[in-house]
Design a protein around this ligand. Structure first.
Ligand code: IPE
Ligand code: IPE
Ligand code: MG
Length: 249
């Protein structure tokens, strides 16, 4: 069995509220590369290093769940070569990091649409999920070929099918039932959504689940994400008064 990771020393976490679930829109790889006279591929490669850093940080700071937006349903609009490179990166990431993720007690789940992905990639996705399925440390959700509207439409179809078959009464459709049909079933809604690179939009990421998430926008590009940036975001989050429609503290 895997060993529990050591928590961070208390002085580093003092005063910080730690979200149970953090969603991250990892944006700005292209701009990071452009500023350095590098190719967009170099930017994506550097972005993988930042993925490794945030996984380690999530474990150290005892975040329960981390969802990383790595390829959106809309990213198919990019040039074929860039798409191919990003897909290759996912393969290489799993190949190089799977042993470590398994050892770190991380449970990996890939969310998003699988139809249309090539069989090699599907095999890799299935392998990483299978190898880490019995882990009970960090829940790492990788949103790959993911779009929130597609996810919600798919849930609606699955529910409609059950109604049509007479297995479900329309009156039984409530929020909990819809949540059961979303890709994120089983993990709490994100408390915090981070987006790097200064853009202030959700770009079709976890639209249902982020109903009450705190949104924190970070100026740094994704490849520059490190512990200092992470702590800065947690400080902003810790000062937010989460009222959930009530009157607050
Ligand atoms: C994020 O960086 C990575 C993906 C969307 C796959 P971008 O590639 O969007 O970088 P910018 O926004 O062009 O700088
Ligand atoms: C959002 O970034 C998708 C991912 C980070 C995977 P984009 O760079 O694709 O978003 P837009 O197009 O600027 O909204
Ligand atoms: Mg972008």
């Amino acid at each position: 069995m895997s060993t529990q990771p050591a928590a961070i020393p208390i002085e580093r976490a003092e005063g910080l509220k730690i979200p149970r679930h953090i969603g991250v829109i990892m944006d700005g790889n292209g701009r990071w590369a452009k500023q350095r006279g590098l190719s967009r591929s170099d930017g994506h490669r550097a972005g993988v290093e930042a993925v490794r850093r945030i996984v380690k940080l999530a474990i150290d700071y005892q975040v329960e769940c981390l969802t990383l937006f790595s390829f959106s349903a809309e990213n198919w609009r990019r040039p074929p070569d860039e798409i191919k490179f990003i897909f290759g990166l996912l393969r290489r990431f799993v190949a190089s990091d799977l042993d470590r993720l398994a050892e770190q007690n991380v449970k990996v789940r890939i969310i998003g649409v699988r139809d249309g992905l090539d069989s090699g990639l599907l095999g890799i996705i299935e392998e990483v999920e299978r190898r880490t399925a019995s882990n009970d440390g960090l829940d790492l959700l990788i949103a790959f070929n993911y779009g929130a509207k597609v996810e919600i439409a798919r849930a609606a179809r699955a529910i409609a099918r059950k109604v049509a078959l007479g297995e479900l009464a329309p009156d039984a459709i409530d929020e909990a039932l819809i949540e059961k049909h979303l890709d994120t079933f089983g993990v709490p809604d994100p408390d915090l959504i981070l987006r790097t690179s200064g853009e202030m939009r959700l770009s079709n990421f976890l639209l249902w689940q982020s109903a009450y998430a705190e949104l924190v926008f970070i100026d740094e590009n994704w490849p520059d994400f490190d512990e200092a940036v992470f702590v800065k975001a947690l400080k902003v989050y810790s000062l937010r008064d989460r009222r959930f429609g009530g009157v607050g503290s």
